[in-house]
Design a binder for this molecule. Structure first.
Ligand SMILES: N[C@@H](CCOP(=O)(O)O)C(=O)O
Length: 357
């Protein structure tokens, strides 16, 4: 079983011996990885399982994308690239822009017009990216990014670049290093499907190396309005408030299906209402504030419990992929009445308003 210890030099240095990247590639790092596994008393109590949250919002740009991006930008820089491009629903562009800035590369971002959370857009812009808004959805943007990289001197760093998955698989390594073995179940949101694919790569590699005795059952959750892996058909017009997973034709579709099949797992969909309710419950019960899409795995677990499924007695990890501060507008939808209490600067008035008097 895993007995690896860490100094947290960033995921490329921590796991260089396990990553399929050119030897001696200098790491462009913001000290990503090493994110906490937070025990969820709430979900453990509901399920009778030991449930941990892998809180990926604690990465430098606030999402799991940093794990793959340190690898992709390191390899692009070492290979002589001067510019990098990605299509994004927000997090990938924020991450790419930050790591490109660190590496001295020019970042170019393609995003669906009007569908990017303000926090993510701010990150990309302030890190110096050129942001092009596209009249289309993420899938259109990814097709354009592929076309630009094929025809112009710019390196593509979406997760169709296999180096991204190499970096992202380190989250699975960390979980096993922390728990001492793989969990029984791993739940997570699925959009472009690179993350579930990368976790499966990581768990498989550790099992093959004898660092884990088993691989978890993988369960992926999509938004009902963007659930191609559930229906088996691309969604031409994906729609959900969970913009990070507003994707109709995931790039890693087949890898993700393989992960679900080999692990005897599955995909399911949850509504936006379920996602936003799970986001609020997670924040108020466990103290972990995630962006809407990141709550899809939690919403999925709650849905399964309601349908009579049980995790009792098992160890479960739920990845929450990005920080809640990235999209405060959506988080505050529906809770407005709770935050508009205004009083004069007076203790008695505050006590009355708080119901203390
Ligand atoms: N949700 C992603 C979409 C891009 O996916 P990637 O797997 O290519 O990084 C984002 O944050 O942009």
């Amino acid at each position: 079983m895993s007995t690896r210890t860490h100094q947290w030099r960033g995921v490329v240095e921590e796991y260089r011996d396990l990553l399929d990247i050119p030897a001696d590639t200098p790491a462009v790092t913001l000290r990503e990885g090493g994110t906490p596994l937070v025990h969820s008393e709430w979900l453990s109590g509901l399920t009778g399982a030991t449930v941990h949250l892998k809180v990926e919002g604690n990465n430098p740009t606030g999402s799991f994308k940093d794990r793959g991006m340190t690898a992709a930008i390191s390899v692009a820089k070492a290979g002589g690239a001067e510019a990098v491009v990605c299509a994004s629903t927000g997090n990938t562009s924020a991450s790419m822009a930050a790591y490109a800035a660190k590496a001295g590369l020019k970042p170019l971002v393609l995003v669906p017009e009007g569908k990017i959370a303000a926090g993510k857009m701010a990150q990309a812009i302030v890190h110096g990216a050129q942001v092009i808004m596209v009249r289309g959805n993420f899938d259109d943007c990814l097709a354009m990014a592929r076309g630009l990289a094929a025809e112009y001197p710019v390196a593509l760093v979406n997760s169709v670049n296999p180096v991204r998955l190499e970096g992202q698989k380190t989250a699975a390594f960390e979980i096993v290093d922390f728990l001492g073995d793989a969990p029984d179940y791993h739940l997570l949101p699925v959009g472009n499907a690179g993350n579930i694919s990368a976790y499966w790569l990581g768990y498989t590699q550790y099992a093959e190396l004898g660092l884990a005795s088993r691989r978890p059952v993988m369960r992926g959750f999509q938004a009902a309005g963007a659930a191609p892996l559930v229906t088996g058909e691309p969604f031409p017009d994906p729609e959900t408030k969970a913009t990070a997973i507003r994707i109709g034709n995931p790039a890693s579709w087949h890898l993700a299906e393989q992960a679900a099949k080999e692990s005897e797992g599955r995909f399911a969909s949850v509504t936006d209402e379920q996602i936003l309710a799970a986001q609020r419950e997670l924040a108020s019960r466990d103290g972990v504030f995630v962006e809407p899409a990141s709550a899809a795995g939690i919403a999925g677990m709650l849905q399964e419990l309601a349908h009579g499924d049980t995790y009792a007695g098992s160890t479960v990890v739920v990845t929450v992929t990005g920080h809640g501060l990235k999209d405060t507008a959506t988080a505050l939808e529906g809770v407005g009445a709770l935050v508009d209490t205004v009083v004069d600067a007076d203790v008695t008035a505050a006590a009355a308003a708080a119901g203390l008097a």
